[in-house]
Design a binder for this molecule. Structure first.
Ligand code: GTP
Length: 355
């Protein structure tokens, strides 16, 4: 089976992490986020993937080449970002499948443990134009919702509303009959969620919902990105691409964790990163060469490449860009983001998002 992987978005909600690296390539539990998706796609029977690239397109081929995690890879780049639907249509130029073959479409920022083969089986059995993975959430008012009838056929694609009619939401993994991709207009900016699916349903085309509430996470925000990495390290979601066995922490080659430091809760310690004695680091991501000094506390945070946290500083739910420096004595509260290269001097002042 072939797949198209949508990886052209700018990842604005994850800035400053995505200034230098596109979201799908951010290190997640020690490897590029996409490595987990490629390995899982391979396990589900995908043999060839077309990457639909736009933002920082050249970085994807440099990272994965023409074969990785058991899958052949090819790259199609948009001159201008075409949105999710336009990108699918554009990338379909590189498919070799026949008109009736199923083509899997994956969003490049979703971690999912659902049964892709069962989704494809439903698609084939019902001869659908498109079969969507739908997941159930506790609070559907934060998303658009997707009701289905008793046969599992999608009846509507509804925008976000305070009173959703179902807790089923679009989980961002689709099986398209190849010929259904051809219904998307060519060389136009198109949203698959706002335009393609509603118009397919309105035209009476069979659109099915595969409802499965396995592990599912959209890693679009810093909080979710950190959670995804943590869940992979702890083994809450298994991935064939993990560089080590599940455990309380993942320490990459060359990292130094002092004997007196506490590092746990699914933390990843990147290559040549250093955690000094008396420091506590929980549920966090330290990229390569990050440094946490003596007595500092880092919770649920991301320290990008070569970022430094000074002695006794406290970070809770914070994102530090590449090379950012937090001087001793600072206390940074949830939601705060420090841009690459910025240095916060030693201080007794407390920086807070709710100040
Ligand atoms: P935000 O800017 O933070 O919303 O993130 P994003 O740019 O990734 O957007 P969103 O989360 O809505 O995108 C869903 C998926 O589609 C991601 O995998 C994106 O990489 C991808 N995507 C979004 N827009 C485009 C586009 O214009 N072209 C391509 N090729 N992919 C896109």
């Amino acid at each position: 089976m072939e797949a198209i992987l949508l990886v052209g978005g700018q990842g604005t909600r994850l800035r400053p992490l995505t200034i230098s690296t596109p979201k799908p390539l951010l290190p997640t539990a020690g490897v590029a986020f996409l490595a987990h998706q490629l390995a899982r796609a391979h396990a589900a029977g995908v043999t060839r993937i077309v990457f639909a690239t736009s933002y920082r397109a050249e970085m994807f081929e440099a990272a994965f080449g023409d074969h990785a995690h058991g899958v052949d890879l090819t790259y199609v780049t948009e001159d201008e970002p075409l949105g999710t639907g336009g990108a699918i249509r554009n990338a379909s130029r590189a498919l070799v499948s026949s008109p009736d073959d199923p083509v899997l479409i994956l969003n490049g920022d979703i971690l999912s443990g659902h049964d892709v083969q069962a989704q494809v089986d439903l698609h084939e059995k019902t001869n659908a134009a498109v079969t969507l993975h739908l997941t159930e959430v506790d609070d559907p008012s934060r998303f658009g919702c997707v009701p289905t009838d008793t046969n599992g056929r999608v009846t509507a694609f509804l925008e976000k509303t305070p009173h959703p009619v179902t807790n089923q939401i679009n989980a961002g993994c689709y099986v398209f009959r190849r010929s259904a991709i051809e219904t998307i207009p060519e060389d136009e900016v198109v949203s698959v969620e706002r335009e393609t699916f509603p118009s397919l349903i309105a035209s009476g085309a069979p659109v099915m919902g595969h409802v499965e509430s396995a592990y599912w996470l959209d890693v679009g925000t810093p909080e979710a990105f950190i959670q995804g990495s943590r869940d992979l390290v702890l083994g809450t979601l298994t991935s064939p691409a993990m560089p080590g066995p599940p455990g309380d922490r993942l320490t990459l080659p060359g990292a130094t964790v002092a004997p007196g430091a506490v590092v746990r809760g699914g933390t990843t310690v990147g290559r040549n990163a250093v955690i000094e004695s008396g420091a506590t680091v929980t549920g966090s991501i330290l990229l390569d060469e990050a440094h946490v000094a003596e007595g500092a506390t880092v919770r649920d945070s991301v320290l990008s490449r070569a970022a430094r946290v000074g002695p006794g500083a406290v970070l809770d739910g914070v994102v530090l860009g590449d090379g950012a420096v937090v001087g001793p004595g600072n206390e940074l509260r949830p939601g705060l983001r420090v841009w690459p290269g910025i240095e916060l001097p030693p201080t007794a002042i407390r920086f807070s998002t709710d100040a």
